[in-house]
Design a protein around this ligand. Structure first.
Ligand SMILES: [Zn+2]
Ligand SMILES: [Zn+2]
Length: 255
């Protein structure tokens, strides 16, 4: 399994960045986890965006889904003619919220482009050779961390979340954990997000093999973030940049 970070930024994108989006690929499955602003452009750089098997959205904050509006147009005018509807998994209530920016016709076109399914806590979804399991976490209601399993390895994407047992449950035994690390350290606890130190502590508690920090505040000092996370977690730590790509290998195996 391989994961490519298409957007590393939290809430708003700094220069050359995009908001949340991660391409997860295995032999026989290619899915997108979140589709924030700028993600579709970066997807074009690394893959054929028409060849996705499914899209998953973790929660109803715009930095995780706004490029779905663009993707809807992309799908509608596919160069090789109309496509099958793209499977789209998202939390209850998000489509209703998105309709607020769509005309009646636009909403109908959205439903023609995507096949919508609502995510349910801990109900696995099978996409080709990949299994994706959502875990409810503590952020806005509802928000799901996503766990992808294929090729004998396990990837956990925490989505946005406060630290706590809900996200430990999702991350337990992950060979690679993509963890949000939004908050500068002085803001720990100020909103339902994690700092780099909390993401490091989570990786330790969950027994993760490798930690990749994402959802980074654009002005935060990434070098310092890596050092702070590393002081809590002994495994490999990376603060992701756009288009960084990671092979998910079994915990303890050199990558
Ligand atoms: Zn976010
Ligand atoms: Zn959020």
């Amino acid at each position: 399994m391989r994961v490519t970070v298409l957007g590393s930024a939290a809430s708003h994108a700094g220069a050359g960045e995009a908001c949340s989006g991660h391409l997860v690929e295995c032999d026989g499955g290619r899915v997108l986890f979140d589709c924030g602003n700028g993600v579709l452009s970066n997807l074009y750089k690394v893959a054929d965006p028409y060849r996705l098997d499914a899209v998953f959205i973790t929660h109803n904050h715009p930095d995780h889904y706004v490029d779905l509006y663009s993707m809807q147009a992309m799908l509608r005018y596919a160069p090789e003619g109309p496509l099958e509807r793209m499977p789209l998994f998202m939390p209850t209530g998000l489509f209703q919220r998105m309709q607020g920016l769509l005309s009646e016709r636009g909403a109908a076109q959205f439903r023609e482009a995507f096949e919508l399914t609502e995510l349910r806590d801990r109900e696995p979804v099978h996409i080709g050779a990949m299994t994706v399991t959502p875990y409810a976490v503590n952020h806005t209601e509802p928000t799901f961390a996503l766990v992808a399993q294929a090729d004998g390895v396990r990837l956990c994407y925490t989505a946005d979340t406060a630290p706590g047992p809900w996200v430990v449950a999702a991350a337990r035994g992950a060979d690679l954990m993509l963890a949000e690390a939004t908050l500068p350290e002085p803001y720990a606890g100020a909103s339902p997000h994690m700092t780099a130190a909390q993401a490091g502590a989570l990786a330790l508690e969950a027994g993760a093999g490798r930690l990749v920090l994402v959802h980074v505040w654009p002005t935060n000092d990434r070098t310092r973030m890596a050092a702070v996370a590393q002081s809590a977690f002994a495994g490999p730590v990376t603060v992701a940049r756009e288009l960084d790509s990671f092979e998910v290998t079994r915990k303890g195996t050199p990558s």
